[in-house]
Write a protein that binds this ligand. Structure first.
Ligand code: HEC
Length: 177
């Protein structure tokens, strides 16, 4: 019994350690973007300021999905997203909404989850490209979102996570949209 407790203790400790490391590495990549000039912001109404915010230029992710590494995507999901998101079918909403069937799902539509206004006004469904932008920089894709995540700067990481999310679906969409 004692050894079981020790083992359980070790497991807990390493799980906690992994969470802390995850948090710290998130913090490390959270580089602040330069603010827009105050004048430009003051001149524009809040909505137009948000609309004028150009999404970052990202090369299309669709073509990268075919050769993406789903297992690596799952690992990244567990390290970086699972703190806030379950992804299994019927999984609970945590800090963020459950992600089963995410690809092709209407944005901000997960039952029982209270979305920010920023996410609700995005409109449309989650295409591979929109997920790519969302997880690259949530705050620039949906300014004001309550997804407090710095983003995945590496394209390969994003491709792998999206390829993994594609499989977590009742009816996985083709890799090339
Ligand atoms: C710190 C918690 C947190 C982390 C970490 C996080 N998210 Fe989120 N996520 C949220 C929250 C909260 C929302 C809801 C946002 C809103 O309403 O503004 C969200 C929303 C989303 C949405 C929109 C879902 C929908 O139903 O419209 C996607 C897609 C998403 N997250 C993907 C990811 C992925 C992939 C990762 C890991 C790479 C990740 N998130 C990491 C908290 C998090």
């Amino acid at each position: 019994m004692a050894s079981f407790n020790t083992m359980a203790g070790c497991f807990l400790a390493s799980a906690l350690f992994a969470m802390v490391v995850g948090k710290v590495s998130n913090a490390l990549v959270s580089v602040h973007e330069p603010e827009k000039p105050a004048i430009a912001l003051a001149e524009a109404a809040p909505e137009t300021a948000a609309a004028a915010e150009k999404p970052p230029e990202l090369p299309p992710i669709g073509p990268k999905l075919k050769d993406a590494n789903v297992q690596h995507g799952e690992q990244i999901f567990k390290q970086q997203c699972f703190t806030c998101h379950t992804v299994d079918k019927g999984g609970a909403n945590k800090v963020g909404p459950n992600q089963w069937n995410l690809v092709g799902r209407k944005k901000a539509s997960e039952e029982g989850f209270s979305y920010s206004a920023a996410l609700q006004k995005l409109g449309g469904t989650w295409s591979y490209e929109d997920i790519n932008h969302m997880i690259f920089k949530p705050q620039s894709f949906a300014r004001g979102t309550k997804m407090a995540f710095a983003g995945l700067p590496k394209e390969q990481d994003r491709a792998d996570v999206i390829a993994y999310l594609r499989t977590m679906h009742d009816d996985p969409k083709p890799p090339l949209p």
